[in-house]
Design a binder for this molecule. Structure first.
Ligand SMILES: [Ca+2]
Ligand SMILES: [Ca+2]
Ligand SMILES: [Ca+2]
Length: 529
């Protein structure tokens, strides 16, 4: 009752500018937008309070103020704080509501006055409107004055037959776009979809062939003020290869989003959004498989000790002696197919203790202490042994013998020979890789008296001292080089084959100063080693 008395007192001040101070709501109901006939028909007003307090009351004797353009009064709520919505209707002499308006919600402030300003309008629910102030209800929804704010999910105020009444949107429709698809972000992470290896872009941002259509996950109203979205069996894009052997599939999540789920291929890699089912190379297979080209199928790589024809077929990555081997096994003497130890790299036929390497010993058939340079385990002229072992006859530790069928042929040989070695038929008796000739072959060579005038070799045809020894030619190599053997015999042509004989020049002495050397021409056999 106290509330009403203050209200009435405030009403009495309606036409004045003296606003009360202190806690309360100063309501100003404007009638200036009404036609003069409606304005002049208003006799009383009806206050309707909602929100944190509910209250209604008829207010008499507002006719004069309404005609002047507005009537004002103070409402003092019972609550001291909270939010209130103030509505005021204009009522004519017969009790009919002829206009109405609602102020924007106000927040109470204890001890202070707050304003609630509203404009009365004549449009009832269901009448077309442009703004809330067009409507008595203060709600302009979906283009018509509406009985409520009607701003919930899948609500509409212009449903056929229910215009002006807030009603559930019809099943299968979405007039307010409440059930739109939820689109992935266009920046940052790919909405949880790792389709391009990066952190940017949307689901289809970067991988060829990835086609996501999030709109497929858009829903519609279910007729009961809620959305109905496509379920998780609804595809929203083409499958794609998100990694070598992973397929990314796109399905709706039942809540309006398109999400990706991964599935893995077995044996094969992913191509064009599906797992391959045949192969032409290892690239078509997962890393634990290889492509069996006999059947064009990816099959698991093999354990050590299993037959193989290529390293790609072995888990270990080593195919040695036609079995998958536990190591590269390429040191001398090693093999991977030893009896009882298939797949284990061992010294062939002669396992060594852990940490001890394998070596080969070589056959010394001619007993010259040098082993066969061409000896191998395969040809029987080498055997495997462990480092530290002592070779036993006929094997030795070296393989320096270039002819193991001729004891004269060996690296220690210094002699010269006129016939080839017995077994290999070589003249390289000292096994140094080249055939050296004893008698120099110098085209145009003659017997001269050489002078060492380093670095230029000088020669003169006559001697300065009687009985001086002449030398065959005076090449840098044969005549003047300090420490070199002076050759007194030489062939004046090149290409004398080892063992062949022909006339040579043999350089003699001079009988007195100023004379040339005596020369003879003995038939000489070329010797080699
Ligand atoms: Ca030998
Ligand atoms: Ca030999
Ligand atoms: Ca030689």
């Amino acid at each position: 009752m106290k509330r009403w008395m203050i209200l009435a007192a405030a009403l009495a001040l309606g036409g004045c500018n003296n606003k009360p101070t202190g806690f309360g709501v100063d309501v100003e109901a404007r009638t200036n937008m009404l036609s003069s006939s409606v304005r002049s028909s208003i006799v009383t007003a009806r206050l309707l309070v909602s929100g944190d307090e509910t209250f209604s009351k008829d207010i008499g004797n507002v006719a004069k103020a309404a005609q002047s353009g507005a009537f004002k009064f103070r409402y003092v709520p019972g609550v001291r704080s909270g939010t209130l919505t103030i509505r005021v209707d204009g009522v004519d002499g017969s009790g009919a509501t002829v206009a109405g308006g609602t102020a924007p919600p106000i927040n109470l402030a204890d001890g202070k006055a707050v304003d609630a300003v509203l404009t009365l309008a004549v449009n009832g629910n269901g009448v077309a409107c442009m703004a809330a102030t067009d409507c008595i209800s203060g709600n302009c929804v979906d283009g018509v004055c509406c009985d409520t704010a009607c701003d919930g999910v899948c609500e509409s105020c212009n449903q056929p037959g229910l215009v002006g009444q807030c009603s559930p949107a019809m099943q299968g429709t979405d007039p307010d776009n409440d059930c739109a698809a939820k689109l992935p972000p266009t920046t940052g992470e790919d909405g949880g979809v790792n389709d391009d290896g990066g952190t940017g872009g949307s689901v289809d941002g970067g991988v060829t062939g990835v086609m996501a259509d999030p709109q497929k996950c858009a829903g519609t109203c279910n007729g009961m003020r809620a959305c109905s979205f496509p379920d998780t069996t609804t595809s929203c894009g083409t499958p794609f290869c998100s990694a070598g052997a992973t397929i990314g599939s796109l399905f709706c999540d039942g809540n309006g989003s398109c999400t990706e789920s991964d599935s893995s291929c077995t044996d094969y890699v992913c191509a064009a959004g599906t797992c391959k089912d045949s192969c032409n190379s290892d690239a078509d297979c997962q890393s634990q498989d290889f492509c069996n080209l006999n059947i064009n199928k990816c099959v698991p790589k093999r354990d050590i000790g299993t037959a193989c024809t290529g390293t790609d077929q072995c888990q270990s990555g080593f195919c040695v002696n036609a079995v998958c081997c536990d190591s590269v096994c390429n040191d001398q003497g090693q093999s991977c197919n030893n009896t009882g130890a298939l797949g284990k790299c061992q010294c062939t036929g002669h396992p060594c203790p852990a940490g001890v390497s394998c070596v080969l010993f070589y056959r010394d058939s001619d007993n010259d202490t040098f082993g066969d340079a061409g000896g191998t385990i395969a040809n029987g002229n080498a055997v495997a042994a462990c480092v530290g072992d002592t070779p036993t006859a006929p094997f030795v530790a070296n393989n320096k013998d270039c002819d193991d069928g001729d004891s004269q042929a060996n690296p220690n040989q210094t002699g010269w020979f006129t016939s080839p070695s017995k077994s290999k038929g070589t003249f390289d008796y000292n096994c140094d890789g080249t055939v050296e000739k004893l008698v120099p072959e110098i085209a145009g060579g003659t017997c001269n008296f050489c002078q060492a005038q380093l670095p230029i070799c000088g020669a003169q045809s006559t001697c300065t001292v009687a009985n001086s020894q002449s030398t065959y030619s005076c090449s840098f190599f044969k005549g003047c080089r300090i420490g070199a053997t002076l050759a007194f015999v030489g062939f004046p042509t090149g290409g004398v084959q080892c063992g062949n004989s022909q006339a040579a020049q043999q350089c003699g002495t001079c009988t007195q100063a100023g004379l040339t050397a005596q020369v003879s021409f003995p038939t000489t056999q070329q010797q080699c080693h």
